[in-house]
Design a protein around this ligand. Structure first.
Ligand SMILES: [Zn+2]
Length: 277
């Protein structure tokens, strides 16, 4: 089974890399009743809430940019296949010039550090938004947090620390590399960001964690996963972004779409649907 899907436009070649996936238990979507959830799955021809863990690679000239690093060892035996996928794509970890963390959750930073605490991408600058870095480094945001959150935080800070002085932060819309910009997508986490590239007449957005289960959240963008830190803001960002993607015909991918998706979003009755490019 291939773990990669490539597409080129303008000066850029993008590769969507599948790091693995899993099935979510229904409590990941706590606000939807079981009947409604089962109805949405049936409409999609599914019997389980499937998700993928994706990573995006961007190549342009000398730049080899990895957006997120997959789950590493943190999500069990069905995820953490980044290294195999990179080999398949002939992407060499030592050649990666920049790594972007769209946000500091373990399914995004998990593949960035070796078991003994060294950077997997030894020559890369590590980039995240200043808002995200500030949130996770401020103890005040974690007083009274549950054990799981505390553990996620510790792992995230370890990942940042192992890149040492090669960590840099950007403001909203900041430039990652020539022609590659961050897109502010707040709500899932405080400093959650996607990636935008406009080149050769193509507009492309990597929408990161705009959604976690396409079979539920395209039909009903108001549904939030339990991981959305600020549900109202995440819902507003999801609705606004999906509408923009559909209205403007923007090529998209994202961190949790299935089947290495690269394609388009369209308005559909009450929600959205996606079609591969
Ligand atoms: Zn995620």
């Amino acid at each position: 089974m291939s773990r990669i899907a490539k597409r080129s436009f303008g000066e850029f070649e993008i590769t969507v890399i599948n790091d693995g996936g899993l099935e979510f238990p229904s409590h990941v979507f706590p606000d939807v009743e079981e009947n409604r959830l089962n109805g949405l799955l049936t409409d999609s021809g599914k019997t389980a809430i499937e998700t993928s863990f994706n990573v995006l690679h961007i190549r342009a000239g000398e730049e080899s940019i990895l957006v997120d690093t997959g789950a590493g060892a943190h999500f069990g035996p069905t995820a953490g296949f980044l290294q195999q996928a990179l080999s398949e794509a002939a992407i060499h970890p030592e050649d990666v010039s920049r790594v972007v963390f769209t946000h500091l959750h373990p399914d995004h930073f998990g593949g960035s550090m070796t078991d003994d605490g060294h950077p997997v991408f030894a020559n890369a600058e590590l980039i995240l938004t200043e808002t995200e870095r500030r949130f996770w480094t401020d103890d005040a945001n974690f007083s009274g947090a549950d054990a799981n959150t505390i553990e996620w935080r510790r792992m995230g800070l370890d990942a940042l620390e192992c890149y040492g002085d090669r960590v840099s932060t950007k403001g909203a819309g900041g430039e990652v590399a020539p022609g590659v910009h961050l897109v502010d997508l707040p709500g899932h986490t405080k400093g959650h960001a996607g990636i935008r590239i406009d080149s050769g007449g193509t507009q492309f957005i990597y929408a990161a964690d705009i959604l976690h289960a396409q079979d539920l959240q395209l039909a009903d963008p108001n549904l939030c996963a339990a991981f959305d830190a600020d549900k109202d803001q995440a819902r507003a960002t999801r609705n606004r972004t999906l509408d923009m993607l559909a209205t403007d015909g923007i090529l998209i991918s994202g961190a949790h779409f299935l089947d290495r998706f690269i394609g388009y979003v369209e308005h559909a009755a009450g929600g959205y649907r996606i079609t591969p490019a």
